[in-house]
Design a protein around this ligand. Structure first.
Ligand SMILES: Cc1ncc(COP(=O)(O)O)c(C=O)c1O
Length: 535
């Protein structure tokens, strides 16, 4: 009869006991009991000096260190009651000898479990399972677990239509994607390297509004490229437009507030305001963007979200008279305007139009800019220009959201902007995207002729292809037929807030910045063939 608590006792009690079926020359050790199969893999110890461990595979998540596996098995035995609270463990020397591992390995396993509170030890005493631990009753039936109570915000976002997360098809016309070939990898690496080599003496949190040198570089860029004058304190660097819009909603919108949105409009912005509990007030757009004449009938709106330089998705550019009407309405109704200038850098028939912010004399406009359309949506960098009176609120909201945008990328962008690399890159991508746009327009004309009418191609990186003879109800079937042929196209319907506002003909939103001209041509030919063959 072995002494209680000796390694032999633990082994016989089932903690580490030989099992049959182990490879020759090894001893398989595992704990019995109602373990899950993942836990119940035997540990196999070689009898030779070279130890071998079953399941120890560097490419698998089981690639735990030996001491981690001993620890995991001990935890499992504590959980299933094999090692009850207060029971003594074998000495590290005894268990190491029994398992054929070094004593250091077992000591490391014990130390880790002591640190986690599973084991206790007293000077001169045996290591024991911590008193007061309760055996784990095992995974609870999902159905029996009480549902977590979501906040009103959580309930609102779960009630929204699910995002389209389908894997990308072979040729994808998704808006927002850029071609990987356009990314200026060498220039960006130089900028990142330079930022890395600065090696600050201390690593700490910075100004939540962003690195001062990036804000200064953005200030100069906005003046050069968009004719905008603003103070440094008005610029807040954010993680893409999306965060900028989210901060606007947090700071300016209470549940029940009315928020004017373009109809159709940008779903990701609508999602933010809906999640904040806003009452969305859709205002129709036409070929010139928001129909500002319709605003007069809207009283008490708190905020309006607009894309005046290139309406998303229909592509209209808001003319000067409508810009003035929009600003006048905002002033009269006390509303704030969020101007999303997401792709204002791309204008194919003339110079980029002036930003709405440039006309704002009363501090009502929040300007949202991004590098997602010029450098990469993966960098997650954008910026806000906020009215001076809102600077402190935005700085604090950004600090509470995530402290600050990533410093290294900010420093790289600051350098890229200040040294002229950004604008050199812009000239290149403008040219390439002009070629892609021309390829798309020619391919649509060639494959569909008068069966397609193109809207909104004068600016930006997408257009809308309307199919006047196809009823709107066919949009989803068109997208599905295209996807079956390996082509990603996106119906215009879901960009409408209210189904009743959808036009009766089908339309597809086609982004063209993600692929080269040849791929675009091939994609449109395949699209035409797939639609022609669709039932
Ligand atoms: C209307 C609009 N705003 C903003 C963005 C960019 O968002 P972000 O800067 O968060 O990447 C896009 C991207 O497609 C967009 O379509």
């Amino acid at each position: 009869m072995p002494r209680p608590g000796s390694s032999r006792a633990i082994l016989e009690q089932g903690s580490y006991r030989a099992q049959t079926g182990a490879p020759r020359g090894t001893t398989a050790l595992a704990a019995p009991g109602p373990w899950s199969s993942a836990r119940n893999r035997p540990i196999v110890v070689g009898r030779s000096r070279r130890k071998r461990w079953a399941g120890l595979d560097a490419s698998s998540p089981r690639a735990l260190s030996v001491s981690a596996r001993i620890g995991a098995d001990l935890k499992a035995q504590i959980a299933d009651g094999t090692c009850p609270p207060g029971s003594a463990l074998p000495s590290t020397r005894a268990l190491a000898a029994e398992l054929g591992v070094s004593r250091t390995t077992v000591t490391a396993a014990y130390d880790q479990l002591i640190a986690e509170g599973y084991l206790e030890t007293r000077p001169g005493g045996r290591t024991r399972v911590a008193a007061g631990l309760r055996p784990d009753p095992g995974p609870r039936e999902a159905a029996a677990a009480p549902p977590q109570r979501l906040s009103a915000f959580g309930r609102r976002i779960l009630a929204m239509p699910p995002p389209d997360d389908a894997p990308a098809p072979a040729i994808d016309f998704r808006t927002g994607d850029l071609s990987g070939e356009d990314f200026p990898a060498l220039a960006w690496r130089r900028a990142l390297n330079a930022a890395l080599l600065r090696r600050p003496a201390r690593l700490g949190y910075g100004d939540p509004r962003g690195l001062p040198e990036l804000r200064a570089a953005l200030q100069a860029y906005l003046w050069r490229a968009r004719g905008l004058r603003c103070g440094l304190d008005q610029i807040v660097v954010v993680n893409g437009s999306q965060q900028g819009i989210d901060l606007c909603a947090r700071l300016l919108v209470d549940p029940g507030d009315r928020v004017v949105m373009e109809e159709p409009g940008y779903r990701a912005a609508r999602g933010v305001f809906s999640a904040a509990g806003a009452a969305i007030v859709p205002v129709p757009v036409d070929a010139d963007g928001l129909r500002t004449g319709d605003l007069a009938a809207i009283g008490g709106a708190r905020l309006a979200y607009v894309t005046p330089s290139h309406q998303f998705p229909l592509g209209g550019v808001l003319p000067a008279a409508r810009r003035q009407a929009l600003l006048d309405w905002a002033e009269a109704s006390g509303a704030t305007i969020v101007e999303d200038d997401y792709d204002g850098e791309y204008r194919f028939d003339a110079r980029p139009v002036e930003a709405l912010l440039g006309l704002d004399r009363t501090g009502r406009v929040i300007y949202v800019g991004t590098i997602s359309k010029t450098l990469s949506p993966q960098l997650r960098l954008g910026y806000l220009v906020v009215p001076p009176a809102l600077g402190a609120a935005f700085a604090e909201a950004k600090r509470l959201a995530d402290r600050q945008a990533p410093g290294l990328e900010q420093a790289a962008l600051a350098r890229f902007l200040a040294e002229g690399g950004y604008e050199r890159h812009l000239r290149q991508v403008r040219r390439r995207n002009a070629e892609r746009r021309a390829a798309l327009l020619a391919a649509l004309a060639e494959s569909f002729g008068p069966a397609v009418r193109v809207e909104g191609a004068a600016a930006g990186l997408h257009l809308v292809a309307w199919f006047p003879q196809v009823p709107a109800g066919r949009e989803a079937a068109m997208a599905a037929a295209a996807r079956a042929a390996g082509i990603g196209v996106y119906p215009v319907g879901p960009t409408y807030h209210e189904a009743a506002n959808r036009p009766d003909r089908a339309g597809l939103v086609l982004g063209f910045a993600g692929s080269g001209p040849e791929t675009i041509r091939a994609g449109i030919r395949r699209l035409a063939a797939a639609l022609a063959a669709a039932p």
